[in-house]
Design a protein around this ligand. Structure first.
Ligand SMILES: Nc1nc2c(c(=O)[nH]1)N[C@H]1C(S)=C(S)[C@@H](COP(=O)(O)OP(=O)(O)OC[C@H]3O[C@@H](n4cnc5c(=O)[nH]c(N)nc54)[C@H](O)[C@@H]3O)O[C@H]1N2
Ligand SMILES: Nc1nc2c(c(=O)[nH]1)N[C@H]1C(S)=C(S)[C@@H](COP(=O)(O)OP(=O)(O)OC[C@H]3O[C@@H](n4cnc5c(=O)[nH]c(N)nc54)[C@H](O)[C@@H]3O)O[C@H]1N2
Ligand code: SF4
Ligand SMILES: [Mo]
Length: 745
């Protein structure tokens, strides 16, 4: 009988994603066990939805509540991003909130090297204002700067950017997005006329060829990888990465390119595509500029020369050109293997150029697609008021300043007429004695910034360093004069914008510990104490600010003026920008949209630009003294950046090595007499670091890989930058290894 037969769905065992510990054995002790699943004996009385606070994938999570507090979570099956899936970090997202090193009260240090001591909020805020004003009076208003983040909600980013730049007279402020996305921002702006990643995640499922450049999706964006796995078109999956990463292993073609040879490689590839007649002449003629010059430029990159530089044979390059040229829907994706390089912007544009010349843009399954990193990297690009004026506007443009001033009901004269310094300029500004006060919000530069010793020396030179963090124990807090304790993801409301431009909602589902306050409320209080509270009288709640931001965005490519509030975002499962009122009605059933389907780009003439330059040498090539190339990046899907959060979960800690290690090819190890798990010393011109040798053929001979999650990795890295984006080149410096102990620790 039909009624008694099990449906097909019931017969097939569900695809099991990573699971936390078994529910029935879970005894909940704060900070001890995963909270992914609701603990035994606890019956939730409500469920709400919100997006994850780690990576830019922006998965939807169901948060199960009891008496108004989160008691567990499960990935949301309805959210268009993750369709019921989550990675280990997502499952464990609630655990770091309960760590016992949370910053619970403001703390101050009387003098450098002294202990941090508790103070009340009133004292902390008075000191904050007095000390920064003192610095500004003594050294000029530009002598105070801030460094912020891609990991707080957009409303808070906007508040920090507006408070500092419009209220406190601070000109220089940047964020950790510089470490991460600056290259993609500049590349898109120059090529398309606006910082606009064009894709929707559905494109992972629609492509017949997927090209991943310097992107380890399986580790860094596991749920995007799940979307690739759902692709029913039997796609060619191409990975271009010096290492045979987890993603390369799962791919159908891997090109183990020599580090930082990508620019030359893509020019060579473009030349081959031209030669083989794979150009979409009509698309190029209708929608692009400067193609003839580009053609001329790439003609000089002969296959022989490219083979010599990149290590990829002519035969392999031909195969790649044919796969791309014959593909119907080819998508190109890149991440930090491209963005963090000495000629990163031109490399990103070399990828964009190939998408343009083959007409792979604006259609399902195509695109020149930069994948973002942090949960709100896209929010910081548009709304942090650092590299551009709120809403993707231009500080230098008077009409833009007036427009933003009107939306904010402030005097246009308070808006600076130029963009402030980039991250590296702020650090060097401290060394040069120009910056004397620094406010660091939700970033841990003393671990994550390139050439770490120089960063830490800079912090020591400051007259006043304020760090605003959820933990009291970070490397950056260790040098702070004042620590402001912040509530974190799950303890406050706001929005994140994910990689595919989807604005997703974050909600307060837990109480912040002690007297920690949301970054939003800290900014409100500072505005009051500083004396510019009036300017922000309308910035009364995150949702109010969200509405202001939608107004600011009107008329921009990132126009979200059609979104009337949080409720709409929640009801629709997030909304991708742009979203004018007219777009809302047209939202298709699966809520997926991509840009450029009409072939119109954001330059005044509606055309995209081919941009290119000659490749240049890296800042620190290898030599006899330092013969190895050091690559750095993500080590496992259970580790997040500087580990302030992920090391607080016992479940996650089981999934990665606890101490610093370096991956090395077994041939190199044999030559140097290094055995598996030996402690070796990695030396660069900057420092020496002891690490466990992990012998694996996934790295090429002559190359080493060290995950960024261990604080010492950046003692080795060399401070060099892309000239256009000023993004650090974290993925190349010259090092050596020895079996003796480090000379200094
Ligand atoms: N688990 C986890 N996930 C994360 C993060 C995390 O910390 N942990 N961080 C998030 C953030 S903020 C970011 S930005 C993303 C980063 O995501 P990814 O960029 O995917 O991660 P990385 O490991 O930094 O770098 C990717 C790859 O670039 C390769 N690479 C190095 N040099 C070159 C080169 O010259 N050419 C090419 N083609 N490839 C090269 C490396 O071998 C590496 O495999 O991940 C996000 N997701
Ligand atoms: N060698 C090397 N270095 C790298 C990279 C690499 O590939 N190689 N990658 C770079 C990249 S792409 C990135 S994005 C950076 C990341 O570098 P960071 O931004 O320094 O890393 P996180 O550990 O994410 O730091 C976030 C900080 O904010 C705190 N925090 C979290 N939530 C909140 C909140 O809501 N409010 C407040 N006030 N604080 C909060 C955390 O405790 C933590 O101290 O690292 C870069 N560094
Ligand atoms: S893939 Fe990213 S957004 Fe999704 S659960 Fe994992 S960390 Fe969170
Ligand atoms: Mo990043």
């Amino acid at each position: 009988m039909a009624g008694s037969r099990k449906s097909l769905k019931q017969l097939i065992p569900p695809v099991r994603q990573w699971h936390g510990p078994k529910t029935d054995r879970l005894v909940r002790k704060p900070g001890m066990f995963g909270l992914g699943q609701v603990p035994a004996g606890v019956v939730p009385d409500a469920t709400t939805t919100m997006v994850c606070g780690f990576c830019s994938t922006g998965c939807g999570l169901n948060i199960h509540m009891k008496d108004g507090e989160a008691v567990g979570l499960t990935p949301s099956t309805e959210y268009p991003v993750n369709l019921g899936m989550a990675c280990p970090k997502g499952w464990e997202a609630l655990t770091p909130l309960q760590a016992n090193d949370r910053a619970t009260v403001p703390m101050m240090r009387e003098k450098r090297g002294g202990q941090l001591e508790e103070v009340d909020w009133d004292r902390a805020l008075v000191v904050f204002c007095e000390r920064f004003k003192e610095v500004q009076e003594k050294h000029g208003s530009d002598s105070v700067a801030f460094l912020s983040t891609g990991q707080i909600v957009a409303e808070e980013m906007a508040f920090l950017g507006a408070l500092t730049k419009f209220g406190m007279g601070i000109k220089h402020g940047d964020g950790n997005t510089r470490q991460c996305m600056a290259t993609a921002v500049v590349a898109y702006k120059q090529s398309f006329g606006f910082d606009a990643p064009p894709y929707t995640y559905q494109d992972f499922e629609e492509s017949d060829v997927i090209v991943l450049v310097g992107s380890n999706l399986c580790i860094a964006h596991p749920i995007m990888w799940q979307r690739v796995e759902r692709n029913l078109h039997n796609p060619e999956i191409i990975v271009i990465d010096p290492r045979k990463t987890e993603t390369a292993v799962a791919a159908t073609q891997h090109y183990p390119i020599a580090p930082k040879s990508d620019l030359m490689f893509f020019y060579g590839l473009a030349r081959l595509l031209l030669e083989k007649g794979y150009v979409d002449e009509e698309f190029v003629a209708k929608h692009c500029n400067d193609f003839a010059d580009f053609q001329q430029h790439v003609a000089k990159f002969t296959a022989q020369e490219v083979e010599k530089r990149s290590g990829i044979s002519i035969h392999q390059m031909e195969k790649l050109a044919d796969t791309i040229g014959q593909g119907k829907r080819v998508s190109f994706w890149w991440t930090m293997g491209v963005n963090q390089g000495h000629e990163a912007v031109r490399t990103a544009q070399a990828i964009i150029n190939i998408a343009l010349m083959t007409g792979n843009i604006g259609r399902p399954g195509t695109g020149a697609n930069s994948i973002t990193g942090q949960c709100n990297a896209m929010g910081s690009r548009l709304f942090s008021n650092t590299t551009n004026l709120l809403g993707g506007h231009d500080f230098a443009n008077q009409a833009d300043r007036e427009k933003v001033a009107e939306a904010l009901a402030i005097d246009p004269a308070v808006i600076p007429e130029e963009t402030g310094w980039a991250y590296d300029q702020i650090i060097e500004g401290i060394h040069a004695g120009k910056i004397k006060g620094l406010w660091v919000v939700a970033t841990n530069g003393a671990h994550s910034w390139i050439h770490q010793d120089r960063y830490r020396e800079a912090m020591d030179k400051l007259e006043f360093l304020v760090v605003q963090d959820m933990y009291a124990t970070t490397e950056t807090v260790a040098q702070a004069d004042l620590l402001l304790p912040a509530a974190c993801w799950g303890e406050k409301d706001g929005v994140f914008i994910n990689s595919e431009r989807r604005i997703g909602l974050v909600k307060k589902v837990a109480k912040a510990p002690g007297s920690a306050l949301s970054d939003f409320n800290i900014f409100r209080l500072i505005a009051q104490y500083w004396g510019c509270g009036e300017m922000f009288s309308r910035w009364s709640s995150p949702e109010q600010v969200f509405r202001i931001l939608t107004k600011v965005s009107r008329g921009q490519p990132c126009d979200i003026s059609g979104i009337d509030g949080y409720r709409t975002l929640d009801d629709l499962g997030g909304i991708q920008w742009p979203c004018r009122e007219s777009d809302l009605d047209g939202l298709n059933a699966d809520n997926q949209r991509r840009l450029f389907s009409d072939g119109r780009f954001f330059h005044a003439d509606g055309r995209a630009k081919f941009l290119f330059s000659d490749p240049v040498e890296v800042a620190e090539p290898t030599d006899d003294e330092f013969p190895f190339i050091l690559l750095t990046g993500r080590g496992s899907s259970a580790q997040w950046h500087t580990q302030t959060r992920t090391k607080k979960s016992a479940v996650l800690r089981k999934l990665y090595p606890q101490s610093i290690y370096v991956e090395m090819h077994p041939d190199d190890a044999e030559r140097l007499g290094i055995g598996p798990n030996d402690t070796i010393t990695v030396l660069s011109r900057r420092s020496e670091v002891a690490a466990t040798a992990m012998l694996t053929p996934t790295v090429q001979p002559g190359q080493l890989f060290m995950p960024m999650h261990y604080a010492k990795a950046n003692r080795l890295t060399m401070a060099s930058f892309d000239p256009f984006s000023r993004q650090p080149s974290y993925k190349f410096c010259a090092v050596n290894v020895t079996t003796s102990k480090p000379a200094f620790i």
